[in-house]
Each structure stands twice: as structure tokens, then as C-alpha cells.
Design a protein around this ligand. Structure first.
Ligand code: SME
Length: 161
């Protein structure tokens, strides 16, 4: 269904712009939120290097509830303010965590995780949930990854309306 490079070595701009095109194609014919989150989780998980868990937590009645994901089974509910995902919602900002063991209150769903990127997903100023990406490598994510994933998360939300 999709083809493409899995690695972002010397030219991450090219890698991320291809990934954006792949995701755009995958979401083009569908507006169902669950279907799009599920396919986005699968595409991103299989295309990104050094990622052991990738998925969505969705805000339901003031609490984050596990949504579509790829990786080991994970905790189903996270309170706002709890862990990296809860911090992203409380602060309304992405969290780039280079070492999860240094993050107070980090929730270790998969003990392989060493670094993490969490992106809040917005629609018209309201947070719908987060995109959560875990890596077994320390310092896996930087600002370029954060910016690229924020753009992809926006695409997922807007393609699902
Ligand atoms: N690490 C997250 C919890 C979710 S798992 O990584 C899947 C956190 O501390 O928010």
C-alpha cells in the first residue's frame, strides 16, 4: 500500500516531506477519525526508525484514554498532568523528552522506552488528544522531529472532519 525510505539520515527534510505525502495519500479518501488514527499510527510506526511505541491518547471527559496505536499493550487511562502525555495536555505544548528516566512522573508502559515525543492535537483551539512516540534510544527526537510530527498531527485532525 505504501513505499518509501524508512530512514532519516542526512536529509530529514526530504524524509519528512515524503512521509507527509504518504500520509496525505492514506487519509485522502477517508474522514473517519478512528480509521484515520489507526492508519496514521501504522504508517508512522513502520516508517520511523528506532521507535518502539507510537499511538494516540484521546481526551474523554477530562482524561486521556488509549486510542489506536502500534507497539506493546499500554496503560489505558492517563490523568491530565500525569506523565509526559498528561503534561503535554496540561501545558498545551509538545514535550520532547531526551531521557524519560529524568522526567518526573513518567509512566513506563514499555520498559524499553528511553526517550519520548508527545504532540498535543488541536481542533479550533481545543485539545482532542495527543500523539505519543516512544524510542528505545536516548535523545531520539529533536525540534525538527517535533515540527514535522506537529504538521502530520494537524493533517490527521483536518483530514478527519
Ligand atoms: N510514556 C507515557 C505513557 C504512555 S506510554 O508511553 C505508551 C507518559 O509518560 O505519558
Amino acid at each position: 500500500m505504501y513505499r518509501g525510505d524508512r530512514i532519516c539520515t542526512d536529509d530529514c527534510e526530504v524524509f519528512y516531506s515524503r512521509l507527509q505525502e504518504q500520509l496525505r495519500g492514506l487519509l485522502a479518501e477517508e474522514t473517519d477519525w478512528t480509521a484515520n488514527l489507526a492508519n496514521a499510527a501504522a504508517l508512522l510506526f513502520y516508517q520511523l526508525e528506532d521507535v518502539n511505541w507510537l499511538g494516540f491518547y484521546l481526551l474523554r471527559d477530562g482524561e486521556l484514554v488509549l486510542g489506536p496505536f502500534q507497539g506493546k499493550p499500554a496503560c489505558t487511562r492517563i490523568a491530565v498532568g500525569e506523565g509526559v502525555c498528561g503534561a503535554a495536555v496540561e501545558e498545551g505544548e509538545s514535550q520532547v523528552v531526551s531521557d524519560v528516566h529524568e522526567f518526573p512522573g513518567h509512566i513506563a508502559c514499555d520498559e524499553d522506552s528511553r526517550s519520548e515525543l508527545v504532540i498535543p492535537m488541536y481542533l479550533e483551539g481545543e485539545i482532542l488528544g495527543v500523539l505519543d512516540i516512544d524510542s528505545p534510544e536516548l535523545e531520539r527526537f529533536d525540534e525538527q522531529d517535533e515540527r514535522a510530527m506537529r504538521e502530520l498531527a494537524e493533517m490527521i485532525v483536518h483530514s478527519s472532519q
